[in-house]
Design a protein around this ligand. Structure first.
Ligand code: PLP
Length: 359
């Protein structure tokens, strides 16, 4: 059986990208984000490949994601970026030897309920300006008191998250780094600041630990730049196939709501991929795809199971030919920009119907 839609995942490229992170941040340890099913690439194979390449730690959003890794016998350090939300989760996190990010007082209380001698590995998350999660900068002395009162707790470090690191001209990143540094002045423990954009754009954000996500998968978060510009290799290649190729006269309209009109006699291809696979309906006419090595454009609305393509640049295309949605020759960053979104969402948005193949 030939799958309709295939995501080919290049694990050697993933390992290469970890090497790029190491070259950019040679003095930092690397905690790679594999949350959201490894950014849609498959958490377990991704985590295994990163572990084999010597990653220092992995990061997931929540306990379920961490348990999935442990069940697959991934034993390297795993951090829970949002921490725990109940006492049961706190106990599970300790049992699974997870590093728990603690971002609020109620989480401290949950962990304290495990008893004074419970062995808990924690990161304290400090809000240096993102204003999503984290303790206020002025809470640092109080957090040190908490630590002193919990002899079983091991502090892995202090985390903060950058709001605008993907904007090279935005001075707020430097402001956040400065606030974080000042709040922790003289305080022991490793620091972790940069996500991919921080690592790429801001040397001062590299600190003791970096937390790359997107760049590990070969894409750049910086606008107008692709991963290839940084020496990264795309890990995902998403392909479908043509299941119909037909010609229509000038003036005929294509698909739902007749949103695209043939400007002349036009060859239209139908590819077997739609929003039920993760090609969002916001992909407008004009979005690029590739057939036979040539760029073609979406023509008309994305349907649940199909897209329609203007094949005037690929007139020899035939039923059965592969259609590249994104991959090395067609960067996901570019497609995301055309679709008014970010590559993160393209990767995470793939659905169960997509067939995954690992190389
Ligand atoms: C997801 C996440 C990261 C990784 O971000 P990228 O932009 O994908 O590099 C880093 N830190 C935290 C707290 C995150 O939630």
């Amino acid at each position: 059986m030939i799958p309709r839609v295939t995501a080919t995942i290049d694990l050697a490229a993933l390992q290469h990208n970890l090497g790029v992170v190491r070259r950019l941040a040679p003095r930092s340890r690397v905690m790679a984000a594999v949350k959201a099913n490894g950014y849609g690439h498959g958490a377990i194979p991704v985590a295994r490949a990163l572990e084999a390449a010597g990653v220092d730690a992995l990061a997931v959003a929540c306990l379920e994601e961490a348990v999935e890794l442990r069940r697959a016998h991934i034993h390297c350090p795993v951090a829970l970026l949002e921490g725990v939300i109940s006492e049961e989760e706190a106990a599970q996190a300790v049992y699974q030897r997870l590093q728990v990010v603690v971002h609020d007082h109620w989480q401290i209380e949950l962990l304290q309920r495990l008893g004074r001698d419970a062995q808990v590995g924690i990161w304290f998350k400090i809000d240096s300006g993102m204003h999503r999660l984290g303790f206020p900068l002025t809470d640092v002395p109080r957090l040190l008191d908490v630590l002193r009162a919990q002899p079983g707790w091991t502090l892995h470090g202090w985390i903060t998250h950058l709001a605008s690191a993907d904007e090279p001209d935005n001075g707020f990143t430097r402001e956040q780094v400065a606030r974080f540094g000042a709040a922790l002045s003289g305080v022991p423990g490793p620091r972790s600041i940069g996500n991919s954009a921080g690592i790429i754009g801001w040397p001062e954000a590299r600190a003791d630990w970096v937390r790359p996500g997107l760049m590990i998968y070969g894409a750049s978060p910086m606008p107008g730049q692709t991963g290839a510009d940084l020496g990264l290799k795309p890990v995902m290649r998403l392909e479908s196939r043509l299941i119909a190729v037909r010609d229509f006269e000038a003036g005929e309209t294509i698909g739902y709501a007749q949103s695209w009109t043939c400007p002349e006699r036009t060859r239209i291809g139908v590819a077997a991929v739609g929003y039920a696979d993760g090609i969002h309906r916001t992909f407008r006419s004009g979005t690029a795809a590739m057939v036979g090595g040539r760029r073609v454009a979406y023509a008309g609305r994305v349907s649940m199971d199909m897209i329609t393509l203007d094949l005037r640049q690929a007139l020899d295309a035939q039923v059965g030919d592969p259609v590249l949605l994104w991959g090395e020759e067609l960067p996901a960053e570019e497609i995301a920009a055309q679709a008014g979104t970010i590559p993160y969402e393209l990767f995470c948005g793939l659905t169960q119907r997509v067939h995954f193949r690992y190389r």
